[in-house]
Design a protein around this ligand. Sequence first.
Ligand SMILES: Cc1ncc(COP(=O)(O)O)c(C=O)c1O
Length: 399
Amino acid sequence: MDTHISEFSRDLGVGERAFLVKARANEIRAQGHDVIELEIGEPDFTTPRNVREAIKSAIDAGMTHYEIVPGNKRFREVIAAYVGRTRKIDVSPDEILVTGGAKSAIFYSLLTVVKPGGFVMMPDPTYPVYKSVVQGIGALAAKIPLKEENNFRLDIPEFRSMFNTKSGFLSSVLIFCSPQNPTGGIFAKADLEVIAEEAKEREIIVIADEIYSRLLYGVEHESIMSIPGAAERTVMIDGFSKTYAMTGLRLGYAVVKDKEIYNAMKKIAGNDQSCVSACLQQGGIEALTGPQDAVDEMRSEFEKRKRVIVAGLNTIPGIHCNDPVGAFYVFPNVQGLMEKKGFEKADQLADALLETAYVAGLSGTAFGSYGEGHMRFSYANSIENIEKAVERIRKFGAM
Ligand SMILES: Cc1ncc(COP(=O)(O)O)c(C=O)c1O
């Protein structure tokens, strides 16, 4: 035996490059440079006071012990009512699995339904953890290309034609997020209807990551769960990190109507997390049942920042930035700027911006090969910093 590493650990991808870039940004800052961080998807707001108070009171009330694996009964009732209301479906608390962040729900669901040697359809570019875990399991990604000229919506004819290819035909699972990371685009209702139709016809399990469902600007959230007949074959994932600025608290959930899948995911959760912190689940109850003013304020602040970053980037020669409708990312086309600087890859541009202009962003290829020619900037930062970053990029481009 030449290695102690399992095939799973060997093949698992690095996941989110944002954490690596963040570490590098910290090093550069430690050398005395003022780095503007637009790489990580983390709201810069404080967790709402009522949620913090609920968690603190729960600790004082002794909620520092184990909870049952799927989650506190009352919390699951609250989540079921919330999902039922927002997705216009019937949901039972027994269909909810509370997890340590949406990421754990992604992990448990993929471990449950993906088989080694299989194929999993997923958009490209998309949240990199999907492919990372699929690879770890020994399966392959069947890429659904998302294009700027299509506003990163599903290209319906192209999607349908994928089923004539080996990877599409053999796919038994499809995972996507909408609103999307990294593009800020969405799958519209018509796109979701096609996914639901093909999934039913081909007996595909759909994993719908809706973590950005409350961060939309001027459009309503559309969930595949609302399409008749789709909920039964869907694992829907949502969480508290983005909506309630709770990234470090680690709270999310999966909604699973298929009992076999639900029980399998619960078994994995029981072997892994045992339960999510009991006091934190009380914070989750408060988040969903308490006042929503903080959520509305954060969203309207994000919308202002979005206008600033989109307008600013579009004034820089060699950059074209679509106006995204969701999440807190822009995914500008930077091909012109790359050519001007003699870069063939967006990776080179991202590195140069960080190392010489002290602006941390991510190369579009951190989200898949179709992200080439793009960068992702998170606008979860102050308007002042966004404006400063835009000026630094402009200066860098002009040099
Ligand atoms: C699409 C998507 N899903 C899931 C997550 C992870 O969320 P959580 O913090 O709840 O694990 C992220 C975080 O960036 C994300 O962008």
